[in-house]
Design a protein around this ligand. Structure first.
Ligand SMILES: [Zn+2]
Length: 392
C-alpha cells in the first residue's frame, strides 16, 4: 500500500532569502487572488465556470504578458496556486469546505513547489530563493513529491515536504466505535467514555478571545493596533498547535483501539446559511479532527464512516428506536417514554451514530430493533474519501 506522509521542518532564511521569499509569496498570492476574482466574475457574467486549464492558459498568454514583473516568480508555484484554487472550488462544491477566500497579505503566506526543490543535510534548496538553512530533525522517508514553504503570521518559516512511501498492507481491526462531537468541548463515545477538551487549551482560547477583543477596539491602521498584532499572532499559533496536538493524540488513541470510526456529518459548507453559528464554528474546528482520524485509519487499514447530517442522532432512543421529539439542547439526560431507558444525551447519540453506520454490516449492535421499522433506514451511509496529504 502506498501512503502519503508529510515531514515538516523549521526554515531559517537570511535577510536576502526572506526578501526573495516575500516576492514569491506576493506574486503567487496576486495570481491566486486574481483568478479567484476572475472565476467568480466570469461565472456571474456568463454562467460558465472556468477550470484550471482555462486559468493556466490565461496566465501564460495574458496575465504574464501584461505584468512582466511576474517573471520574478517561479512559474511552477504560480501554476500550483491555480491548481490549489481549483481544488478549493472542488472542495466547496463537494461540501467539504467553505467558499474559497481571498488570500490576505496579513495572513499566513505559502507557496508550493511541485518539483525542483532539494534537501541536503542542513539546507533546503528552493528555486528563485536558493539554499535555505533548515533544521532537519528527522529522516525523510519515501519519495519526495512536492513541498510547501510557509511563513506564519508570527514570522516563522516552515517547509513541509510531502512524500509517498510503500508500506505493508495492514490488518484491519474489527472493533467499532461511534463518536459524537459536541460543541468543541467534548467527545462522547458509544462505549460511554467521554473526553473533555484539555484545560490548557480552554484557557488559552479564552485568553485569545480577550486579546482579540482588545485589538479590535484599537483604531484601524494605528500604531497601537499594528503593535498588538504580533503577540496576538503568536498566541493564535500556539492555540492552533495545542488544538492540533490534542486532536492528533485523541485520533491516534481511537485509531489504535478501533478499526471503524463512525461520525455524524459536519456541516462546513452550510456555515453561512446556518443559523446555529456556534454549532457551525464547532463543526469547522472538528473537521480537522475527523481528517486526522481519516488518514490515520486509512494507514491502519481501518475506515471512517459518517451518517447523514439530517440523521436525528440525539433524539432517537438507542434501545428501542423511539424518537423523542421534545428533546431540546439543554437536556443532558432523558428517559425514553416508550421503553423506559435512561439516556445520557451524548452517549446515546454516539450509540445511534454507531448503529446507523453498522446497519446490515453486523448484528451485534442491532440490539432488538429491526432495521426497517425505524427511520434510520432512510439515512444512507457516506464513506469518506481518504485525504490525499496530511501532516502525520
Ligand atoms: Zn426507548
Amino acid at each position: 500500500m502506498l501512503i502519503p506522509k508529510a515531514f515538516k521542518f523549521r526554515l531559517y532564511p537570511n535577510k536576502t532569502q526572506q526578501a526573495a521569499l516575500a516576492i514569491q509569496f506576493g506574486h503567487v498570492r496576486f495570481v491566486y487572488n486574481h483568478y479567484r476574482a476572475v472565476r467568480e466574475g466570469f461565472y456571474i457574467d456568463t454562467g460558465i465556470g472556468l477550470n484550471y486549464n482555462d486559468c493556466a492558459m490565461d496566465l501564460a498568454d495574458i496575465l504574464k504578458v501584461d505584468n512582466p514583473w511576474l517573471k520574478e516568480a517561479d512559474s511552477q508555484t504560480m501554476q500550483q496556486a491555480l491548481k490549489d484554487l481549483d481544488r478549493a472550488y472542488v472542495n466547496f462544491f463537494d461540501g467539504r469546505a467553505g467558499y474559497p477566500a481571498f488570500h490576505s497579505k496579513h495572513g499566513k503566506q505559502s507557496i508550493r513547489y511541485p518539483q525542483r526543490f532539494k534537501v541536503n543535510g542542513k539546507r533546503v534548496y528552493l528555486p528563485k530563493v536558493g539554499w535555505v538553512k533548515a533544521v532537519i530533525h528527522r529522516d525523510i522517508e519515501g519519495q519526495m513529491k512536492n513541498c510547501t514553504v510557509s511563513k506564519t503570521k508570527s514570522g516563522r518559516y516552515f517547509v513541509s515536504i510531502q512524500c509517498e512511501m510503500e508500506v505493508e498492507d495492514p490488518t484491519p481491526n474489527p472493533a467499532k466505535i461511534g463518536i459524537d462531537l459536541g460543541l468543541s468541548v467534548l467527545v462522547a463515545l458509544s462505549n460511554g467514555d467521554k473526553r473533555l477538551k484539555p484545560k490548557h487549551l480552554y484557557k488559552s482560547q479564552r485568553r485569545l478571545k480577550i486579546r482579540q477583543r482588545r485589538l479590535s477596539k484599537k483604531v484601524k491602521g494605528s500604531n497601537a493596533r499594528n503593535k498588538a498584532r504580533l503577540p496576538l499572532a503568536i498566541l493564535h499559533e500556539r492555540v492552533a498547535n495545542q488544538r492540533k496536538d490534542f486532536q492528533h493524540k485523541l485520533s491516534r488513541e481511537l485509531v489504535n483501539a478501533y478499526g471503524t470510526l463512525s461520525f455524524e456529518s459536519l456541516n462546513i459548507a452550510g456555515m453561512v446559511k446556518n443559523h446555529n453559528l456556534a454549532k457551525a464554528i464547532s463543526d469547522a474546528s472538528w473537521a480537522q479532527f475527523v481528517s486526522f482520524c481519516e488518514y490515520k485509519a486509512a494507514w491502519a487499514g481501518g475506515q471512517v464512516l459518517r451518517v447523514d447530517r439530517f440523521f436525528p442522532s440525539s433524539k432517537l432512543c438507542s434501545d428501542c428506536g423511539h424518537k423523542n421529539k421534545s428533546l431540546t439542547l439543554n437536556i443532558r439526560q432523558w428517559v425514553c417514554l416508550n421503553c423506559g431507558s435512561l439516556h445520557d444525551r451524548d452517549t446515546n447519540a454516539a450509540i445511534n451514530i454507531l448503529n446507523q453506520t453498522t446497519v446490515g454490516v453486523t448484528e451485534s449492535h442491532a440490539s432488538g430493533w429491526s432495521s426497517d421499522r425505524y427511520e434510520r433506514r432512510l439515512y444512507a451511509l457516506q464513506p469518506l474519501k481518504p485525504n490525499s496529504f496530511s501532516v502525520g
